[in-house]
Design a protein around this ligand. Structure first.
Ligand code: TEU
Ligand code: CA
Length: 536
């Protein structure tokens, strides 16, 4: 094994959404002590790093992505002592922990914003973005990006909810305050950060340049030099609005800014082009291959990326790309597809047991984006049926339902009433049932992650698509030195035949117990996946 490779490239990351992970005190809300009680479960999966979604003080309009105090822990999650204990315990188990850093915006309850709105002449006024007249820009959650402040009689800018005013990164004093805060967390023992919508900080609002704005490289460089340089940490930027090429430049180790990014080009493939996330279309597998070919080839040359299909903003993968009639098969197939590629694997809580999405009535949803879009689409004249169909498919609450630990009261998540309804399928889909099952999803993840760790080909190898025009099978080679793997992933819901490039291979892993082949032909049952080593 090549020892010189940075640890963050070899690492496997597990994302925890604290609200929904594990409730230790029966108030229906997941918390830090709940996480501490489940560290062995995470470690046993094969995890090296935990990414903790925000636990800072927050009015929770956007579940913590609206921070009112960067230096305090939200009491609903626990105390600063609990946080210190979580860091210590994570380290004790041989893992690291990174925090979410939301610095494109704050909550409107942050002291800076409160001072900024109460007084036009406050020093803090310039920490935010103001205008006498709103421009014609929509926020990402829908509706205008400008909200009127009746006290100072100007509009403030927000790319997300109106309770999330955007920070003015052009103000050097604001930048210094943020850097100090980041360094304080690093001093406390945090191993790095996931940087929320970091591609937005270089924006020029008046020239209508938002993602990948003209100041992005400059501010990222300054952030790197002031906070990250020379430290043994991991930084991963969320960059939904950036091209693959730019994402690879930003993560180029020869001009370091961030270790890696979440690049989003594969995420919008079930959307009608240009019509936003709620106008849905079926995924075209060949189109998806094109996107991954481009990303894999670009990052092979320069930079580094996170491998992900899901997170707390995205629907559950089984419901989105797989098939709940083949729940375990498709969960494993999708894992094989994405974690066979080059990059650092990110697993979102619940993916490792094949959790699925939900289809609640609107009254059961909690997500601010979902509730806002319900009103907006209603006003646009969409029928209730069409709106609910879109919400069932795409609402962020799909992935935010409590983690299903067992088949007891509230899926073992809480002794009380959870903040968001538990998915009713917890009687069959839960951690306890899954981990005990040798054919469960969890044990497959363990094997897949182990295979990755044992073979540098997954880490360093080239990526070459096989049978690009095949509309049902996503298959690719990974090659490094004299080793060559072929990954085969069927998206078909029936049994199909697939022509292999050779008859000389050794099967390393599959989501079906028996694999039938004759000559060059492999018989692929629904959602079949395998990893094979090519022997010639
Ligand atoms: O998300 C940013 C983002 O642009 C999207 O993922 C967006 O939330 C999604 O497309 C809407 O459907 C980050 C966080 O991950 C998200 O939870 C926050 O709401 C958002 O930033 C604001 O902080
Ligand atoms: Ca709790």
């Amino acid at each position: 094994m090549d020892k010189k490779i940075d640890w963050y490239k070899r690492a496997v990351v597990y994302q925890i959404y604290p609200l929904s992970f594990m409730d230790s005190n029966g108030d229906g809300i997941g918390d830090l002590q709940g996480i501490i009680s489940k560290l062995d479960y995470i470690k046993d999966l094969g995890i090296d790093v935990i990414w903790l979604s925000p636990v800072y003080e927050s009015p929770m309009q956007d579940n913590g992505y609206d921070i009112s105090n960067y230096q305090a822990i939200n009491p609903m999650f626990g105390s600063m002592l609990d946080m210190i204990e979580l860091i210590r315990m994570t380290h004790q188990k041989g893992m690291r922990i990174i925090m979410d850093l939301v610095i494109n915006h704050t909550s409107n309850q942050h002291e800076w914003f409160k001072k900024a709105v109460n007084e036009s002449h406050s020093l803090y006024r310039d920490y935010y973005i103001w205008s006498d007249k709103p421009t014609n820009v929509d926020s990402i959650f829908g509706g205008s990006a400008w909200t009127y402040d009746p006290i100072t009689k100007q509009y403030y800018f927000h790319l997300f909810a109106e309770q999330q005013p955007d920070l003015n990164w052009h103000n050097p004093q604001l930048r210094q305050e943020i850097y100090t805060m980041i360094n304080d967390w690093l001093d406390l023992g945090i191993d790095g950060f996931r940087l929320d919508v970091i591609d937005l900080i270089g924006k020029d609002v008046y020239r209508q340049q938002f993602a990948d704005g003209p100041y992005l490289d400059q501010y990222l460089k300054e952030l790197y030099e002031t906070c990250f340089q020379g430290k043994d940490i991991m930084t991963v930027g969320e960059t939904p609005g950036i091209s693959i090429k730019r994402a690879s430049e930003i993560t180029d180790a020869n001009d370091p800014k961030l270790n890696m990014v979440f690049q989003f080009s594969h995420i919008g493939l079930d959307e009608m082009p240009g019509q936003g996330k709620w106008a849905i279309k079926p995924v075209n597998l060949v189109e998806m291959k094109d996107v991954f070919i481009n990303a894999q080839k670009t990052f092979h040359q320069q930079g580094w990326q996170a491998l992900f299909l899901s997170n707390h903003d995205q629907p559950r993968v089984v419901s989105r790309y797989g098939n709940i009639a083949y729940r375990q098969e498709s969960a494993k197939m999708l894992a094989t597809l994405i974690y066979g590629m080059q990059g650092t694997p990110f697993i979102y809580q619940g993916e490792e047991i094949g959790m699925t999405g939900v289809d609640y009535p609107i009254a059961d949803y909690q997500d601010i984006e979902t509730l806002q879009i319900f009103d907006i689409l209603t006003a646009k004249g969409w029928s209730a049926t069409k709106i609910m169909e879109a919400i069932h498919k795409k609402s962020r609450d799909n992935s935010r339902t409590p983690l299903q630990w067992d088949d007891t009261h509230q899926a073992g998540f809480s002794t009380g009433r959870p903040w968001l309804k538990v998915n009713p399928n917890y009687h069959t889909v839960n951690v306890k049932t899954d981990i005990e099952n040798p054919h469960g999803v969890y044990q497959y993840y363990q094997k897949l992650l182990k295979l990755r760790k044992q073979n540098d080909t997954f880490l360093l190898g080239t990526f070459d698509i096989y049978q690009k025009d095949n509309k049902q099978v996503f298959s690719y080679f990974r090659k490094y030195r004299n080793q060559q793997f072929l990954i085969v992933c069927s998206w078909a819901d029936s049994t199909i035949e697939f022509e292999l490039p050779t008859t000389k291979y050794h099967l390393l892993l599959s989501n079906y117990e028996t694999v039938k082949t004759y000559h060059h032909t492999m018989v692929c049952p629904p959602y079949f996946a395998c990893v094979m080593r090519i022997e010639d």
